[in-house]
Design a protein around this ligand. Structure first.
Ligand code: NAD
Length: 296
């Protein structure tokens, strides 16, 4: 049985690691937050006191960190590859800049370590249920080796291209997600301001041409969907600051490729104002608050 190291046990990494423990794998886990580690050790994983201790003798290393600076900090500044044995496979699941993914991949390959970028889509619900979508950049061989592990955490696996390509595809998806969530909040707020019940309007949209992931699974109006972060004071889920990071990555990619992304830029500015209004740690569907504030 392979030895797995899992680093970064937050909203996404925690339940992903839990699914591997439930599948019977030996996991050594590490996070800077002790409570996050405890949830996993209670379930049977082994705690490590550092990332280098976690990866010692591991066959597979999975990381799920917030942003590029954390991933580069761990693998490049802290030289984690020095502690990883040759031939091991790193599955880097964080959403980061494609350039960072390529830089980290080149450093891994220089030490004979295999690596794929495998950012995910599907939110915390998908992480808990083990139904995430993995969007992979790397070689076909490395993806084949990763697949049995990915299958315990997700139900869709796509091969976008070489190292970094997974991140490009993920950023395109998340730019659209930021736009569609703001658009859904705007439509619901308009309807409610004109006398509609948000439950009734949500039912109508979800069976009409405006339907989307938010109206089907992640409604931003509190109380419409009991399992959605909107019904839990916008706690848990995908943070405004993480969405802001992804929209910034999309803006960087647009600049580099001379692409026009006017809606992505508008959404980035909206989430930026929302974050500066003190909502950075709330779920990103809380963008609805911006419209309700404007209405009142
Ligand atoms: P999170 O902030 O909840 O978790 C990140 C974890 O990494 C934290 O527990 C933090 O303590 C830990 N960490 C940071 N630096 C570390 C280090 N050097 N060593 C060990 N642990 C460290 O974030 P999240 O919501 O789990 O998101 C993780 C990644 O997944 C992000 O890149 C995000 O964009 C992406 N993502 C999130 C969602 C979502 O719905 N939350 C969905 C898809 C993708």
């Amino acid at each position: 049985m392979s030895q797995i190291a899992f680093i970064g046990l937050g909203h996404m990494g925690g339940p992903m690691a839990m699914n591997l423990v439930k599948a019977g794998y030996n996991l050594k886990v590490f996070d800077l937050v002790p409570e996050a580690v405890k949830k996993l050790t209670d379930a049977g994983a082994q705690a490590s006191s550092s990332a280098s201790e976690a990866v010692d003798n591991a066959d597979v290393i999975i990381s799920m960190l917030p942003a590029s600076k954390h991933v580069e900090g761990l693998y490049l500044t802290d030289n984690l590859f020095d502690s990883i044995k040759e031939g091991s496979l790193v599955i880097e699941c964080s959403t980061i800049a494609a350039e960072s993914a390529i830089k980290v991949a080149n450093a891994a390959k220089a030490k004979g370590i295999r690596i794929i970028d495998a950012p995910v889509s599907g939110g915390t619900g998908g992480a808990i249920a083990g139904t995430l979508t993995f969007i992979v950049g790397g070689s076909s061989d490395d993806l084949s080796t990763a697949t049995p592990y990915l299958e315990h955490m997700g139900s869709n696996i796509f091969h976008a291209g070489d190292n970094g390509a997974g991140q490009v595809a993920k950023i395109c998806n998340n730019m659209l997600l930021g736009i569609l969530m703001a658009g859904t909040a705007e439509a619901l707020a308009l309807g409610v301001a004109n006398g509609l019940d948000p439950h009734v309007l949500s039912d109508i949209i979800s069976k009409s041409s405006g339907r989307n992931w938010a109206t089907e699974l992640y409604n931003p109006w509190p109380g419409v969907m009991q399992q959605a972060p909107a019904s839990k004071n916008y706690e848990g889920g995908f943070g405004v600051d993480l969405m802001l990071k992804d929209l910034g990555l999309a803006a960087d990619s647009a600049l580099k490729s001379n692409s026009s992304t006017p809606l992505g830029e508008l959404a980035r500015n909206m989430y930026s104002i929302h974050s500066r209004n003190g909502h950075g740690l709330l779920d990103f569907s809380s963008i609805l608050k911006m419209y309700r504030k404007l209405d009142s």
